[in-house]
Design a binder for this molecule. Structure first.
Ligand code: OFO
Length: 183
């Protein structure tokens, strides 16, 4: 008996997103290596930790496909893009990758809605919320670097930025979780 609760297009779309998350991990790893090589060990640490998060996202989708009776296919990952040209370029690209990833999640939400696959719709909502965090995290990187002076930042402010990011939490606080006591 066929116990797969996912339609073929949904199964394929989830599998595609699963691979995309794996590719995102590769991108963060390669940018982390670039940052470390440039002497930004704190930024590299932040990017390496984030690569782990992306891999966890991949696993989360893999587990979901299995849970729904499907058989996820582990695909080959793509080679990461070329090294960034500067820290500004690095953070801008991270933001673009995150927006692109959000678009992938929206494809799932949209398809789930059309197919009335409410289980997948519900599952995808976790990622919708997560992407708000991820985009915010990337925006924060861009803002912090801008404050430090962008590509013309002094060695001292870059040193401080590097230290800050080494200790930065992996998640960004979301406005929707703010309260009067904890704005
Ligand atoms: Fe950075 O994103 Fe996964 O989902």
């Amino acid at each position: 008996m066929d116990t797969n609760r996912l339609s073929k297009p949904m199964h394929d779309a989830l599998n595609k997103q699963m691979t995309k998350e794996g590719n995102a991990a590769q991108i963060y790893l390669s940018y982390g290596v670039w940052a470390d090589d440039k002497g930004y060990a704190g930024i590299a640490n932040f990017l390496f930790r984030h690569a782990h998060e992306e891999r966890n996202h991949m696993i989360k989708i893999m587990e979901y496909i299995l849970e729904r009776g499907g058989k996820p296919k582990i695909e080959a990952l793509s080679a990461p893009p070329a090294d960034p040209k500067s820290l500004t370029d690095c953070f801008n690209k991270i933001f673009k990758h995150e927006v692109d990833n959000t678009e992938g999640i929206y494809v799932l939400v949209d398809m789930a809605m059309k197919q009335k696959d409410w289980a997948t719709w519900n599952f995808a909502q976790w990622f919708v919320k997560e992407q708000i965090e991820e985009e915010k995290l990337a925006m924060n990187l861009i803002d912090k670097l801008k404050i430090a002076g962008g590509d013309r930042a002094s060695d001292e402010s870059l040193f401080n930025l590097d230290k800050t990011l080494e200790q930065a939490p992996d998640d960004a606080a979301l406005a929707r979780n703010a309260t009067e006591e904890k704005p």
